[in-house]
Design a protein around this ligand. Sequence first.
Ligand code: ZN
Length: 431
Amino acid sequence: MTREELLKLQEKKFKRIMKLAFGTPLYSGKFKEAGLRPADITSIKDLDKLPFSSKQDIVKDYRAAIADPNDLSVFHTTSGTSGTPTVVGYTNNDVETQISNETRNILTAGFKKGDTVINTSMYGMFFAGICFHEAVRRIGAVVVPSGKQATGRQQADMIHFYRPNGVIGIAQFLLKWASLYEEMFGEDPRESSLERGYALGEPVPEVKRKLIEDVWDIDLRIGYGLTEVGSGGECEEKFGVHWLEDLSFVEVIDPETDERVPEGERGELVYTTLSRTGTLAIRYRSRDSSYLVSGDCSCGRITRRVMPPEYRLDGLIKIKGTLTSPFAIDSAIFSYKGVRDYLVVVGEDSSGLDRIDVFVDSDSLTPSQLESLSDRFGGKLWFNPSSVKVVEKDSIPVIGRKGKKLIDLRAEGDYGDELNTFLEKYGESFD
Ligand SMILES: [Zn+2]
């Protein structure tokens, strides 16, 4: 398909989707409020006229965004990265569309017929597990549906037992399993059967990608997507995910002015679904901050690339008066060699000031390097940790489904007994 043909296809699909959108309670209400009639929106060029939609709209009433409630086949929810899960209804068409989306993504990422792929993404209310499961089968590869096993040891064991050459999962866990693999089998993970990986669910700094590629001796590609819209995967350029523009339209806006920014400039990613007939997303504000990579790609694909977002606009946290993101902390800590895992805990000291305690799992970091870790931390992030401690191997608790690395004790929320036990042992500053 040429770029021109793609734009033509988008135009055709957009008209159909607008017809459906005018039939939903959510969008017809919004359009009416904006004084729009169907005749006002005749081309994708009119997209700017349409009001935005958001997660809050779907959370408020998920049924109101569904085009054809009688044709639904399954409900899934978003991972709930921030707050309440968002319910997305899929028709059979949508399920097929999303599986074909992920099939194209893993092909883009170098997965092949004949591969054996361990799918460690979660099966259940999240679509990723089932979707990648089917996608792997569709490329003619064998899937090992390990899902979310209770422990990292079980995953390492399955990698050793089934000898997959591909793995799909969360980057931080891929890193963790490498040291477990080595410990359990006395084998260098570089000698394992794994050749390639597909990381999803979390932003991955380049230093961390290189680390994972190095410990396992694999080619690691990154995927990014939203349950409400669709997804993309990296090609061999490893510079942005190819967005499947026949399935959804992507634009970037200035989150302050709500105006579209020129291509290549950073802003909030906004999506419009073009193929789905269950839950529709029309000018859906993702709150993800990133940019589009302009120009042709050396791989020859004609789709534009979305740089995987480093942070969510709602996901920044204020430490000592400065906004920071988990991604920035990840980049700072993994820029040091020999870090297996870490945890950053932000709390308050007795006088109510922020305190930041950093716990690092590493057997190669020395005390003097730890001093410079503080420097690096400060230099990159404009604040210094109150303390940096090296902890016992594999003692850092896995917080949440994706293994949260930045814990904000100032915010409400119970992080569980495992964290409390850990902090009792290592973080004497916390009650
Ligand atoms: Zn490419």
